[in-house]
Design a protein. Sequence first.
Lengths: 439, 427
Amino acid sequence: MKSICFYFQIHQPFRLRNYRFFDIGYKHDYFDEYANRFIMQQLAENSYLPANEILLSQIKKFGKKFKVSFSISGIALEQMERFTPEVIDSFKKLAATGNVEFLTETNNHSLASLKSKTEFFRQVKLHEAKIKSLFGVKPKTFRNTELIYNDDIGNLIFELGYSTVITEGPKHVLGWKSPNLLYCSATNPKVKLLMKNFQLSDDIAFRFSVRNWSEWPLTSEKFTGWLNALGPKTEVVNLFMDYETFGENQKKETGIFDFLKTFPQIVFDKSRFQFNTPSEVAAALQPASPLHIPYPISWADEERDITAWLGNEMQNEAFNKLYELEESVNSCEDEGILDHWQKLQVSDHFYYMSTKWFSDGTVRRNYNPYNSPYDAFINYMNVLADFEIRVKKACAGKVKEEASKAPARKRATKKVDEKPVKTTKKPVTRKKTGGTSKK
Amino acid sequence: MKVLMFGWEFPPHISGGLGTASYGLTKALLKCGVDLIFVVPKAYGDEKPGSIRLVNASEVAIDIQDEVFREYLDKMSYVEVDSQLVPYATEEEYFKIIEKTQQGVTAEKGSIHSRKYEFAGGYGKNLLEEVNRYAMVALTIARQYDFDLIHSHDWLTYMAGKEAKRITGKPLVVHMHATEFDRSGESVNQQVYDIERAGMEAADKVIAVSHMTRSVVINRYGIHPDKVVTVHNGVEPPETEKDLEVKRHLDEKIVTFLGRITFQKGPEYFIEAAHKVLQRDDNVRFVMAGSGDMLNKMIRRVAKLGISNKFHFTGFLKGDDVDKMFGMSDVYVMPSVSEPFGISPLEAMRSNVPVIISKQSGVAEVLKHAIKVDFWDIDAMADAIYGLLHYNALPETFKKHGKEEVDNIKWDQAGEKVKEIYQEFLT
């Protein structure tokens, strides 16, 4: 069997509004409601809804032969529920076909896996529950934010009950090995790894409409030809991309939707490939070899590492200051505060602070609200300063509450204790006196 | 007594100290009964000159065939320079200039040889060209108007003053608000230095805004000490007595730096001192308000020190926000590496904020109720900040006397002194 594993990622952050120094300690609305709503509505109209419709019709047409998989961050789902509930309905329809696998990830599309095990676990479980409640299935496959993965994360994920992970297939990890096979973690062979074929994935996601690309225009026939030309040992081709590829990053006018419409038919007609989900692939194939991945990899940039989020002093500072609050946030047990803390963990905030791309021309995630990484940092830190004040106040309130409770409890326990002490005291003192008298 | 005055800026179109200072001085001179014709390269129409006669150099037509200009053009050879001269430009203005040049607007404006010339004003790429053209316009103006004396503010207008003196033979006073050493440190622009020096040599009197500036004029430009007098700047009283009560939303004390974030203003010393204070005291926030070519570097430094949850950047502040910022502040720091005068600490004191100023500022010569430290002495600066935050008697004393002190630093005194200088020539 030869499989195509079609996987789409959907994530949109809660963008921060322009939060000024003068707002600190005073205004606690951090998010740009208007922009977030507008962007989600745009994406629904241009991308999610039309693309879902095509996928649904393909599934109807080909039945069990055509399968795809999605991971939708909790933060994106939350915005869809609020701003574009029709998109949720449309995904529910896809889920009902049984041909769509929903993956799990951190609910807040965060970098918690690199910093805090407890927070990471909490967010994965949150997302798991969210998927279960919306689409009625418990996810079987894990994907981390921006496909970030290393051996440690593999172990964490296994602890959470997942044994299939999808990630990037970078050259510095694979070397001469092919991404078109199933692998497993060297530190825990039970963890199966699906590696993205970035060449073929990016042909669709980034190069589809590039007119000076030698292969332009890209057709389903041509792409299927490339699939057939892959080596005879090919077992699975992992095509992982942002769902916004369809209709947003590649506009409708480029013919991207036609590609999506014709691709399955051509594959079935002209090749021996079929479409499978990650969990099916992991169950059906034997790992070709174990892989050591000591340092985190991701699907970003040429480097495929995490420097897009944690690559300069501003990003590190913001990231550390955010997670320094973890203990206080947890101890104040305030849902509003926890929610904001988690929304501040969304990886995009750190991505906006990156200084890497002054020379890089590849496709960027759209809708960056900032003019410069410095603006992004200042704005984020202003918000964080206000948030820190709130956490401290909430904690202080909590301590007071406990303090006012505690003496009451102490008194109560004392009273309870006192009586038996008194009753037992007498015999004890008697014994003692008796003892001393014996001496 | 009638004075022909050449300036480069006039409120509200100012980008820093020069415009404010020329405005304050002109008003005081009017009060003393001095008549003024004030020439600016570009008038916008919404200036508030009061009884000052404002002349827009952009509207003065000149006849290039005239012998006087021939003579001037023969002597003059200007070279276009890259923008680094920009003495007082704010970031906003800088981007406007860049935009303009990119759109080619400035290029279409015509050459300096045409009859009329639309000055860009401000501090653009063609600054030297404009300075020269301004001098040519000055020649025309000098012949049109009747006056007893010429007064030029800063190097930009020195050529104009010099030419006006040449054609009329009237005495020339040049006013040093800042030297090229203040603007560029040791890497001076030679052309600017030459213009400054030529202007001062041609002048009958040089006014320096502080003793510090006076000594630079004497030692580094070789001007004879007898010719150089110090007249300290004043500070404008607020136009309307604004309600300075600002609602504070932060529990911590606030220490503020407000100004252009450039080498000259010493922002990095403020950051290092902040770092030192924060190691001792968590109950304080630092604010760097303003914009400039060192802003990004400063942001990275603060991030690197790991203090950015207590150290905030506001970007460029305007109007009410400046008052708001002062209203929120407990300490104001001006760690300038080189500041010919420095009006901002006076503004802070007017808002009842105790100030720490560098000894390398002219304003340090006139202020008693301020803590003075060397700009490089971050330990002393940190000490002073900590002291003002913790030993209540200290800020109370400064507040009590500071406001009174600053209310007495008036432009009127400066105006009187300048008038005395004028009178020397007229008797």
